[in-house]
Structure formats: structure tokens, C-alpha cells
Design a protein around this ligand. Structure first.
Ligand code: XMP
Length: 519
């Protein structure tokens, strides 16, 4: 299959570039900037994109590809498009000049197109693009032509047809560059001449065939099903391929949202007809272990370990009954595997995100059918495989569940209060038609008592915080500017209907510097 490879120089938009290319119908993958050139060529990409990045090319420590990179790639005739940092890098490595500008250019800019064939095919003379840079190209090496300019950036795009090298200072991958997809499409189709062979229908069919071949006709697979989109779609694919030889283990850890265990059970057992859906009620075990714990990382750790233990015990039990269990399926998706250079360089661990890790003594082969897919692709596949819309569109929910939405110690009473408040919030957000517009909406239990008045009685009850955020990928988030009437309705209902809460506050912090979750 034809593909475009994106070299990751640490730009926050690296995954975005790869996703855009796939949306345009061509397969794409991300590789580290210092990949061995031979290995890169062996992957036979139709074209290569050099991503943006936070560094300056003239800094000694800035990420550079292997010394012979450009010579070898030019020799192979593989077209290269540099974006922002990548745009500087091509020129720097080939003997041109990059300079730091006194004032950084950031935001919407008008681009004047000088060469309208090739990269800028089907565009007008002037187009709006999104800029974000401090450096710029001031002198091109021989053989390069200027393709576009802006008022403050005379070399905003360039090309060298003989060497098949191109660069754009702006970001075609972001939505703020309205014709960005056309520019990327031009690179893919007219310059890299890559075919549009990436179709999800074909992927589903091939994936089912691959799974059947790998598992064979009598071996069995186990899967930890959380009810989230990734594990649910993994389950559906496997179920299509091997039917009741798939064993799903669903652990109710007592930290789930209102009615969630029942809904997941109903969807998989009744609606989707999963024969081997194993429901484990481990609420008591989890709550016992969490007793008196306050530290968020401690809570995460205990929950992670307990989950593995419960899962492992169930697997051992199942293995006795079904000695043919040979595989462990996981809902790993592409961004889980490919850390961008930017994130892998930063050693600071903000929060430890718990996901299932395979216990060392379990001799099962891991199978990850979604490992090359992005979240939006997983959603589309889920829809095609008949996963209920409520599961597909459900807001992300952290592995440690409500434990990281209760500040301080956790007990059943606090969990029930939180569940009830959360249910009201979600009901009202859905009624107002806002649910699909926002990234996450949830309540947080704060172990802080304040005074209130209910009828003739003074109350002294807990505080509930409401967190509603808009985001694209959870890396950054803004609090949603919900309408006052809606907020009033939510707060009135929570205070009236949830015993134990007499005050509601709205969180107006953005990420960064705050995080989405409280813990
Ligand atoms: P933060 O709070 O770090 O959250 O801004 C970013 C996104 O990650 C989710 N989150 C978690 N998911 N295990 C998970 O599986 C965790 O420990 C965890 N902590 C946060 C959070 O809900 C948000 O979508």
C-alpha cells in the first residue's frame, strides 16, 4: 500500500499531519527523526514529510536526521515536504540561511502564491494560512525557487523540482489553514504520486482475515473489556473473527459511573450477542484496598495492581476450563505506541496513567488489532461494526475511574453521592444538546463541608465541583463557557436531589496550568 512517512521533530502537530494524510485516503505513519536512512528507504514511502518542532536548526542540540539523509533521499528520488522546522532544516542542511526574527509571527496570515502549479494547485492567488515561528529562511541554496510569500516572510514556501524538495513555513495540517488539506493533498497526489488506498472497510475485512489466520480454528483469546471505545472495538473485531472463542472479562471495580456496569453488560451480552462475557463484581475488594488512601498516585497504583490481580485470577480460572486460551487482546491504538519526540524528551511525568500491562508470568501472546489506528478511525470502525452510539460517543473516562474524582478518602457513600450528581450533570448537558460538543463533563467530590439552608433547617454538607472542558486531544483544554441558566439548572437539581451536597461550584481553570481531572 502506498504511504507517506512523517519524520517527527517534536512538533505538537506531528500526529495531526499523519491523521490528515489518512483522512485524505493515503496511509501514513510516524517515525523518529533520527531513523536509519536505509531503514526508511526500505519502507518505500511515496513521500516524506518533515514535521515542525520547537527547536531552531542552528542550535547544536536541535534534532537532525542522519548525516547522509538528504543525499540518500534525493538519490532515491523520494519527494520531501518540510513543514516549519522541517522547512528550515532542508535549507539549512543544503547550504542556505536561516535567521531568527526579532518578533515571532503567530496566527492567521495572508499568503501570496507565486507558483500555483504543484503544491499550490487549485488555490487562489491569496490564501489564509496559520503561522507559528520565530526563525525564517532568508536565503535559498541554488536550484530552489520561491513558491509563496507573506508580508513579513518573503520565503514562506519554496521548491526544488529537480531534487524533489519542498517546504512551507506555515502549518497546512491545522484547521486554521482553511485550504491546508488541498495543499497536503497536492503533495500526496501530484508530487508524491501516492494512491488513495487507505479505506476503513478494506481494513476491517483484512483485519478479520489476519486475526483468523493468527488465532487459528480452535485457540481462544481473552480481553479486558472496560466498556471504553478502544477495548469495545477490539472486542467486536475479534468477535466477528472468532465468535465465542473470545472471552471478555469485565471488572466492576466499584468506581464506575451510574449504571455503567449494567449498560456495558446489556450492550455486549444482549445487543451484540457475546456468549463469553464474564462479569466480575470486585467492588468490595477495590473499596477495601482504597480505604483511608488520599494520595492520588497511591490510589492509581492500588487500582492498577488490583485490576491485574483480579484479571489474572479470572484468566487462570478460565484457562483451567479452556486450555486453548493462548492470546491476550489489548485495545492499544496508534498514539499509545508512538510517543512524539516532544513528549518522549520531557522526563517530567505529570500523572501516571494506568493501562493494563501484561503480568510477567502470563504466557499469552499479545494481540493488538487496533495498533495502527487513530481514535477517530476506531470510532468509525465501531460504528460500522454496530457498536451502540452511546458507547462510541461517550466522553473519555479514566482507568482509575471515580477514585480520581474524589479528593481525599474514598468510600461507598461518597461514591454514591458522586455518581448521583454526575448522572444529573450528564442528563442536563445532554438535554441541552451540548454533550457531543464537549470533550468531558463530570462532577468532582470535594471533602469540604460548608453551611447551607434547606427549608427551616441549617445544613452542613459536602461541596461538589463541576468540570466541563473543550479539547481536541486532552493535551490542552479550556473550560466550557456554559450558559448561566444551564449551570443554574444543574446546580439546583444536584443540591435538591443529592443528599450530602449543599453547594456546587464551577471550575473555570484551563489546561495548562491545571489538568482536566482534579487528581
Ligand atoms: P489530565 O487530568 O491529565 O487528563 O489533564 C487528560 C486526559 O486523561 C484522562 N486521565 C486518565 N486516563 N488513566 C486514564 O486512563 C488515568 O490515570 C488518567 N488520568 C487522567 C483524563 O480523563 C483526560 O481525558
Amino acid at each position: 500500500m502506498d504511504k507517506i512517512i512523517v519524520l517527527d521533530f517534536g512538533g505538537q502537530y506531528c500526529h495531526l499531519i499523519a491523521r490528515r494524510i489518512r483522512e485524505l485516503g493515503t496511509f501514513s505513519e510516524i517515525v523518529p527523526y533520527n531513523i536509519d536512512v536505509k531503514e526508511l528507504i526500505e519502507k518505500s514511502p511515496s513521500g516524506i514529510i518533515l514535521s515542525g518542532g520547537p527547536n531552531s536548526v542552528y542550535e547544536r542540540e536541535s534534532p537532525k536526521p542522519q548525516r547522509n539523509f538528504f543525499d540518500d533521499i534525493i538519490k532515491e528520488g523520494i519527494p520531501v515536504l518540510g513543514i516549519c522546522y522541517g522547512h528550515h532544516l532542508i535549507i539549512y542542511q543544503l547550504g542556505g540561511k536561516i535567521e531568527q526574527k526579532e518578533k515571532k509571527e503567530y496566527g492567521r496570515t495572508e499568503l501570496r502564491i507565486i507558483k500555483s502549479e504543484g503544491l499550490f494547485n487549485s488555490l487562489n492567488d491569496h490564501e489564509i494560512v496559520w503561522m507559528s515561528h520565530g526563525d525564517q529562511v532568508v536565503q535559498l541554496p541554488e536550484g530552489f525557487d520561491i513558491y509563496a510569500e507573506t508580508k513579513t516572510c518573503p520565503i514562506a514556501a519554496y521548491g526544488n523540482e529537480e531534487k524533489n524538495l519542498y517546504g512551507v513555513q506555515f502549518h497546512p495540517e491545522v484547521v486554521h489553514t482553511p485550504k491546508g488539506n488541498i495543499i497536503l493533498g497536492n503533495f500526496i497526489t501530484h508530487i508524491a504520486k501516492a494512491k488513495k488506498q487507505w479505506k476503513l472497510e478494506d481494513w476491517i475485512e483484512n483485519s478479520i482475515k489476519r486475526i483468523k489466520k493468527q488465532i487459528g480454528t480452535n485457540k481462544r483469546v481473552i480481553l479486558g473489556l472496560s466498556g471504553g471505545i478502544d477495548s469495545s472495538v477490539t472486542a467486536l473485531l475479534l468477535h466477528k473473527a472468532i465468535g465465542d472463542r473470545l472471552h471478555c472479562i469485565f471488572v466492576n471495580n466499584g468506581l464506575l459511573r451510574n449504571n455503567e456496569p449494567q449498560e456495558v453488560r446489556q450492550a455486549f451480552k444482549k445487543q451484540l450477542g457475546f456468549e463469553n462475557f464474564h462479569y466480575i463484581d470486585a467492588e468490595e475488594l477495590f473499596l477495601n484496598r482504597l480505604q483511608n488512601l488520599e494520595d492520588p498516585e497511591e490510589k492509581r497504583k492500588i487500582i492498577g495492581h488490583t485490576f491485574i490481580e483480579v484479571f489474572e485470577n479470572k484468566t487462570i480460572e478460565l484457562e483451567k476450563e479452556y486450555p486453548d486460551i493462548h492470546f491476550l487482546a489489548q485495545g492499544t491504538i496508534y498514539p499509545d505506541r508512538v510517543e512524539t519526540a516532544a513528549t518522549s524528551n520531557s522526563a517530567a511525568k505529570i500523572k501516571s496513567h494506568h493501562n493494563l500491562t501484561l503480568p510477567e508470568n502470563m504466557k499469552l501472546t499479545v494481540i493488538e488489532p487496533l495498533k495502527d489506528l487513530y481514535k477517530d478511525e476506531v470510532r468509525k470502525i465501531g460504528l460500522k461494526l454496530g457498536l451502540p452510539k452511546e458507547i462510541i460517543n461517550r466522553h473519555p473516562f479514566p482507568g482509575p475511574g471515580l477514585a480520581i474524582r474524589i479528593v481525599g478518602t474514598i468510600d461507598k457513600e461518597r461514591l454514591d453521592i458522586l455518581r448521583k450528581a454526575d448522572m444529573i450533570l450528564i442528563e442536563e448537558i445532554k438535554k441541552a444538546g451540548k454533550y457531543d460538543e464537549i470533550w468531558q463533563a463530570f462532577c468532582v467530590f470535594l471533602p469540604l463541608k460548608t453551611v447551607g439552608i434547606m427549608g427551616d433547617f441549617r445544613t452542613y454538607e459536602y461541596l461538589c465541583a463541576i468540570r466541563v472542558v473543550e479539547s481536541r486531544d486532552a493535551m490542552t483544554a479550556n473550560f466550557a463557557k456554559l450558559n448561566w441558566d444551564l449551570l443554574e439548572k444543574i446546580s439546583t437539581r444536584i443540591i435538591n436531589e443529592v443528599k450530602g451536597i449543599n453547594r456546587v461550584v464551577y471550575d473555570i481553570s484551563n489546561k495548562p496550568p491545571s489538568t482536566i481531572e482534579f487528581l
